[in-house]
Design a protein around this ligand. Structure first.
Ligand code: NAD
Length: 484
């Protein structure tokens, strides 16, 4: 029998208020492997009320930072205990090899929770010297209070990891949450909520409402008791969220898409750069916000570099990710498959030279082979728009100034990599490129202690590190008159 997943609200698994369900499909064989509750506005109402009650005098509101930290620590241990299970959930949902979430997503989730366990006890105020009040001395201090109920809206490409970016930080800050996982990948968020209960978090602190963005996501954005929306996903959905949450003055963090450049200078460590560019293009089938999809290569080494990258693309084994030795599975969903193929055709139509891939695998499953285009320009659609698939576009440059100009000539600004052995150039370019995160001789390093987020169309705000937790607080000032 197909497994059925229900919401997790106030510590219990519940059906959608109208009993509706949605289908979860395995991208490898296009077969339904589970169903999940298709949430309604009423379900959101129920979950937000549970989350709010925990802040309004509930057990959670009475815990101090050290106690929240202890609970986060226990939660981290439980996630680590269930690592394989959680990795398999995320892998099945999007047709990814379980090795990737086992090696990256789950350890990252555990690290986020462990780091947040430390931040929970560092949510501090300040004492601020002032000029007094009407000639009388004053004492002014600030306190950091939890912002309130958070609506956490998550995409499908790295479900557990991205959920913990949000949940770890907001719990450290003392907030409560209603998680809206992607309609494609609700399983690991639901399991995380169950683990929160096992760790000892009071029921109602972490709730999950499964369903579609148009219904559940919108209802969260419009709900008057949701104080903050923490969103990761596409710029289009980010705009829709701003249209609703903006006029309601909700706090919003938006982690959006990218078209990240990898800048390869002629003095780059050649083999490392080829490997790093291939990783940045093909991990998770290229369905990564920070995918290094614009490869800017200095002209002198461009032919050799393009040939090496095409060879690396050709060496990737594509197939059923459950089979040993397979490095790349299918794209996560049909719409994604159609989107990526549309961009490949656009690349050909616009005159880029196809060096590798570019073909869909016949038969069942949404497979696209690793694809490299060369002789492209930064004006081509494949260089400007986020493809979110295993497609790299090589663009040549002559000088450092030109490389920086090309890197910055983009609507996006999430991440960038500089490949060079020239120390001063590495720092110069890192300073000049407009992006939230720059890697020097490494593609997109992630760490729970580092801030993550973008500029321009790549988003608003940062997650990660203590500052990421502080973003789930409001700073209140208290001034006490001290007459002598
Ligand atoms: P998406 O925007 O389609 O969906 C993301 C989430 O938003 C889903 O849960 C969806 O149901 C919900 N949603 C959709 N429309 C909504 C609306 N109108 N109101 C409220 N919620 C809505 O994105 P996706 O296809 O799931 O993910 C891919 C995108 O996410 C890419 O653009 C990628 O770059 C981006 N992403 C960014 C980061 C980052 O850290 N910057 C990380 C991962 C993915």
């Amino acid at each position: 029998m197909t497994q059925h997943l229900k919401h997790f609200i106030e510590g219990a698994h519940v059906e959608a208020s109208d009993g509706a369900r949605m289908s979860l499909v395995n991208p490898v064989d296009e077969q339904e492997y589970a169903t999940a509750a298709r949430g309604t506005a009423e379900d959101v109402e129920h979950a937000v009320a549970a989350a709010r009650a925990q802040l309004d005098g509930g057990a959670w509101s009475r815990l101090g930072g050290a106690q929240r930290g202890l609970l986060l620590s226990r939660l981290a241990d439980l996630v680590e205990r269930d690592a394989e299970r959680l990795a398999d959930m995320d892998a099945t949902a999007i047709g990814r090899s379980p090795m990737e979430p086992r090696m990256m997503d789950v350890p990252n989730a555990v690290a986020n929770l462990r780091a947040a366990a430390g931040w929970a006890n560092q949510i501090e105020g300040r004492t601020i010297p002032t000029g007094g009040y009407m000639g009388v001395r004053t004492l002014s201090y600030t306190v950091r209070e939890p912002v309130g109920v958070v609506g956490a809206i998550v995409p499908w490409n790295a479900p557990l990891m991205i959920t913990t970016w949000k949940v770890a930080a907001l719990l450290a800050a003392g907030c409560t949450v209603v998680i809206k996982p992607s309609e494609e990948t609700p399983q690991s968020a639901l399991h995380l909520a169950v683990l929160c209960q096992e760790a000892g978090l009071p029921d109602g602190v972490v709730n999950v409402v499964t369903g579609y963005g148009e219904m559940v996501g919108r209802a969260l954005c419009a709900h008057r008791d949701v104080a903050k929306i923490s969103f990761t996903g596409s710029p289009e959905a980010g705009q829709a969220i701003q249209r609703i949450a903006g006029p309601l003055f909700k706090r919003v963090t938006l982690e959006l898409g990218g078209k990240s450049p990898q800048i390869v200078f002629d003095d780059a460590p050649f083999e490392d750069a080829v490997r790093g560019c291939a990783l940045g293009l093909f991990i998770n089938q290229g369905q990564v916000c920070a995918a290094g999809s614009r490869i800017l290569v200095q002209r002198g080494i461009a032919p050799r570099f393009a040939a090496a990258l095409a060879e690396a693309a050709g060496a990737v084994t594509v197939g059923d990710p459950r089979q040993p030795g397979v490095q790349m599975g299918p794209l996560a969903k049909k719409a994604q498959f159609e989107r990526v193929n549309r961009y490949i055709q656009l690349g050909l139509d616009e005159g880029a030279r196809l060096l590798a891939g570019g073909v869909a695998r016949p038969g069942r499953g949404w497979f696209v082979t690793p694809t490299i285009f060369a002789d492209a320009t930064n004006e081509m659609t494949i260089a400007r728009e986020e493809i979110f698939g295993p497609v790299g576009t090589i663009i040549e440059f002559d000088s450092e100034e030109e490389a920086v100009a090309l890197a910055n000539d983009s609507d996006y600004g999430l991440a960038a990599t500089v490949w060079t052995t020239h120390l001063a150039r590495a720092h110069r370019v890192a300073g000049a490129v407009r992006a939230g995160a720059i890697g020097v001789n490494c593609w997109s390093p992630l760490d729970a202690n580092l801030p993550w987020g973008g500029v321009k169309t790549s988003g608003i705000g940062r997650e990660g590190g203590l500052a990421g937790a502080l973003a789930y607080t409001e700073e209140k000032v208290v001034t006490v008159l001290l007459p002598s």
